[in-house]
Ligand binder design. Structure first.
Ligand code: UT7
Length: 338
């Protein structure tokens, strides 16, 4: 799916993020599995990640991120009419984390639900919220992306546990006189789904004592296959979208790629021709936070003053599904929506 924005200008007017307190270093991981700080840094660029406390669930980290986004936009929760939570680690299968967050926020007039598109979830949710607003169904949408992957990671599997971390980010979308979203490109290849999956616990293989004994309730990943996929789609998705929007790569001021592995980010930036100083990287401190990665990076870039009004911002995600997605937008000043 690809399209240029053709509705009213719709933009991000509030940004927030939240990560659990506990920091887990590579050194600590090397006591759990046969790995080393040197291997993890060299192969992934990750130095540490955040890990949720026992009992800390997706809605617990989504809520502060959402509250921060609303506060930065100066908008009350009661004025939000749509909440989408992009996650693969919802508090439970149902009710949705979206509904739980809406209740805790006090957003009693909002439609609220979850969206599952792996690490690309935030990009899908952004496009969906944009579409609802452009169609006139929503006036103010809160899009939250996050995951608590520490709860579904196999801490005995060095091929996966070193990569992931927990965190969430949130953005408020409002109409604005200028700038905002210029277009989206989204895709999925279910044929590659087997390379990154959580086999048990769904309707195909309901959870049982046997699935637990076989550790099928943990995420599994074919790292090298996902790596190849990632380097291919991060480039192709961005190129297709820029072409559709009539924007040249050299006009992109800020590039926010999914934070999965610094080698993937560096490859994509080089192949696209985006200079290093325009690329946002925080995977070293948070690991791969799945749907949380792009909004966390965006919130950090904003806090550092790297998102100036008028800047062209390109975001691209990829992940389980397999899925991918890009969004292009012209940044607008926070909290200045019409
Ligand atoms: O959001 C989307 C989710 N996922 C991704 O984007 C992940 C994409 N994939 C990757 O980032 C990389 O494939 C990994 C970081 C997961 C793995 O790096 P790699 O360079 O592709 O390593 P590999 O799987 O090809 O393994 C190379 C070697 C193997 O040893 P042998 O068979 O050559 O002796 C592995 O057993 O490295 C070994 N290895 C490790 N060694 C120390 C794998 N994981 C580890 C580890 N520590 N944690």
């Amino acid at each position: 799916m690809i399209g240029r924005a053709n509705g009213q200008p719709i933009t991000i007017t509030g940004l927030g993020s939240h990560v659990p307190e506990r920091v887990m270093t590579n050194e600590e991981l090397s006591k759990l599995v046969e790995t080393s700080d040197e291997w993890i840094v060299e192969r992934t660029g990750i130095r540490e990640r955040r890990v949720a406390a026992p009992g800390e669930a997706m809605s617990d980290i989504a809520l502060p991120a959402a509250q921060m986004a609303l506060e930065s936009a100066g908008v009350a929760a009661s004025a939000v009419d749509l909440i989408i939570v992009a996650t693969v680690t919802a508090d439970m299968a149902f009710p949705s984390t979206g509904a739980l967050v809406a209740d805790r926020l006090g957003a009693s007039d909002a439609a609220a639900y979850d969206l599952s598109a792996g690490c690309t979830g935030f990009m899908y949710a952004l496009a969906q919220a944009y579409g609802m607003m452009a169609a006139g169904l929503s006036e103010r949408a809160l899009v939250i992306g996050g995951d608590v992957l520490s709860k579904i990671v196999n801490w005995h599997d060095r091929r996966t546990c070193v990569l992931f971390g927990d965190g969430a980010g949130a953005v408020l979308l409002e109409r604005d006189g200028t700038g905002g979203f210029l277009g989206f490109e989204l895709g999925a290849d279910g044929g590659g789904g087997v390379h990154l999956q959580l086999p048990a616990g769904g309707s195909r293989m309901p959870a049982s004592a046997e699935t637990v004994a076989q550790e099928l309730h943990f995420a599994t990943m074919n790292g090298p296959e996902v790596f190849k996929f990632a380097t291919r789609v991060l480039v192709s998705s961005a190129e297709k979208l820029l072409e559709r929007c009539g924007v040249r790569i050299e006009d992109v001021d800020v590039y926010v790629p999914h934070q999965a592995n610094v080698r993937i980010i560096e490859y994509a930036a080089k192949k696209l021709g985006i200079p290093e100083d325009r690329v946002i990287v925080n995977v070293d401190r948070y690991g791969n936070t799945s749907s949380g990665s792009i909004p966390l990076a965006l919130a950090e870039a904003e806090a550092e003053g790297r998102l100036q009004p008028g800047a062209l911002v390109l975001m691209t995600g990829m992940g389980a599904g397999l899925t991918w997605g890009s969004a292009l937008m012209e940044w607008t000043a926070n909290g200045e929506a019409a």
